[in-house]
Design a protein around this ligand. Structure first.
Ligand SMILES: CCCCCCCCCC/C=C/CC(=O)SCCNC(=O)CCNC(=O)[C@H](O)C(C)(C)COP(=O)(O)OP(=O)(O)OC[C@H]1O[C@@H](n2cnc3c(N)ncnc32)[C@H](O)[C@@H]1OP(=O)(O)O
Length: 243
């Protein structure tokens, strides 16, 4: 699957809805056992959640957006398929979350790229299921430091902490992902799928049982004046940096 939402693959409501529907089709297709997730945009895997979906929007619209974010996470994290992330660009916040739902992460070894959950840098807080996905990936202590600082890691740093599994030159990323997929698909599906589910079920069940309160929490948090102000400042910083 190639992410195509120019310019930076930000995760808008429309894009998330389309993504989930495409993933569901693959999940139901018995001939499809694995997916390589990559970006069709230069330099960026995904810029994370579309900030415009969280800025100046009605509570109803924010709720609809958050349900779509939950759905994307649930579909990816609980997929029966082998999902390999070929991270061919920067992957902050929601982009990092998306990568962490995959079974294996291969990143281009370009020092200009970065990956991490940088929410606190925007004045917002990564919700419990973002946090738990990271704990399940890199462990508790590393997550505590990463989340409080809103740290973005270079590919080499990300490899050091186990946030990605392998670095390769960018032009070899799909070939390496394909070789890796062959190895993962050599394991009998049922045994691998049960094992994956055993590892991830507690985190998935926790969000499933708290979906509505999590949406309420998000809406009441994101629509608060100081949070809207922080997002507005961050957006203008992004635009200014460009000029
Ligand atoms: C008890 C508490 C309970 C809490 C419950 C509530 C929890 C709330 C949590 C909400 C979680 C949010 C997670 C997120 O994903 S937030 C998004 C974070 N994303 C970022 O910080 C990334 C920002 N972008 C960048 O750093 C860079 O754009 C880039 C990805 C490194 C690419 O750089 P590049 O130089 O190639 O591109 P530009 O910066 O010039 O960007 C091109 C245009 O795209 C716009 N842009 C970039 N990112 C976003 C985005 N995420 N959303 C919307 N728009 C984005 C950028 O402004 C440029 O626009 P322009 O062309 O109009 O200037």
């Amino acid at each position: 699957m190639t992410l195509q939402n120019p310019p930076v693959n930000s995760l808008s409501l429309d894009f998330l809805t389309e993504f989930c529907s495409a993933l569901e089709k693959l999940e139901m297709d018995k001939s499809c056992r694995g997916v390589i997730l990559t970006s069709g945009q230069p330099k960026v895997f995904s810029a994370g959640l579309d900030i415009m979906e969280m800025y100046g929007k009605s509570p109803e619209r924010c709720g609809e957006f958050w349900r779509a974010v939950q759905e994307m996470w649930l579909k990816l994290y609980s997929s029966n398929m082998v999902i390999i992330a070929a991270i061919n660009g920067s992957s902050p916040a929601g982009g990092c979350l998306m990568s962490m739902t995959c079974d294996y992460r291969i990143m281009a070894d370009n020092p200009r790229y970065s990956i991490g959950l940088n929410e606190t840098q925007l004045g917002i807080v990564a919700p419990f299921w973002f946090k738990e996905t990271m704990v399940n990936t890199v462990g508790h202590r590393t997550t505590e430091i990463a989340l409080q600082l809103g740290q973005l890691y270079s590919p080499t740093e990300a490899l050091d902490i186990g946030l990605v599994d392998k670095l390769v030159p960018e032009d070899q990323i799909i070939a390496t992902a394909t070789q890796t997929m062959t190895k993962w698909l050599a394991v009998p599906d049922h045994a691998r799928q049960i094992t994956k589910s055993m590892m991830r079920k507690p985190t998935i069940d926790k969000l499933m049982s708290k979906r509505e309160p999590d949406i309420q929490n998000f809406v009441s948090f994101i629509t608060k004046d100081p949070i809207q102000k922080s997002l507005g400042l961050y957006l203008s910083m992004l635009k200014k940096r460009k000029s």
